[in-house]
Design a protein around this ligand. Sequence first.
Ligand code: CDP
Length: 222
Amino acid sequence: MSIVIAVDGTAASGKGTLAKRLARHFNFAHMDSGALYRLTALAVLELNGDPSNETDAVIGARTIDLSRAGDPKIRSDIVGRASSQVAAIPAVRQALLAFQKSFLADPPGQSAGAVMDGRDIGTVIAPNATAKLFIDAKPEVRARRRRLELESLGIERQEADLLAEITVRDQADRSRAISPLKQAPDASLLDTSTLGIDAAFVAALALVEPKVLRALKARQRG
Ligand code: CDP
């Protein structure tokens, strides 16, 4: 059994950055599950398909190109909106499920564990995860962070527009019938509104480290 840290949360809450840092700290593998939905949306849009159409969206999910996970194109507002549309389609989630589960069961690079961030990792993908976090922050703070993140990718956006997009997407993600965005009952809530990235990391580590160390010791005992 590999060790799993599930990091869920609202849009632009900083869960990806925290997940990456936790993975580096424990020498675990990391997967940004949101990128799978964004890559699916990009594939649909590039095929001139409709992201809310099941047939088009499933073709997108089956043809995603993981080598484009770093492509700034997947961070655009159009792809962001479309990713939330494809993510509400059960057949799309089904098509992406096995990949996520096998990543967690057998993390690449012989890592003892994996950190995965998204919306449904602690609730659906890995309900028995070793440790679960739910990351949130005030919408205005998230909009500012997203503006700065996009700026670093060379994309200039108005904070007010980003705030509107984040709010709409969270609402859609929370209210969908399948795998909605919600805190798992056994997840620890971390509000990063007043925390910089280093302070947020320290707080996240304090919440997960005891559980991860216990699981690593149990593994060593065999
Ligand atoms: O980076 P940001 O927090 O804005 O979003 P993301 O994690 O890249 O996810 C983009 C979209 O994919 C979300 O709005 C969700 O609709 C969907 N998603 C999902 O449904 N389930 C996941 N595990 C991850 C993302």
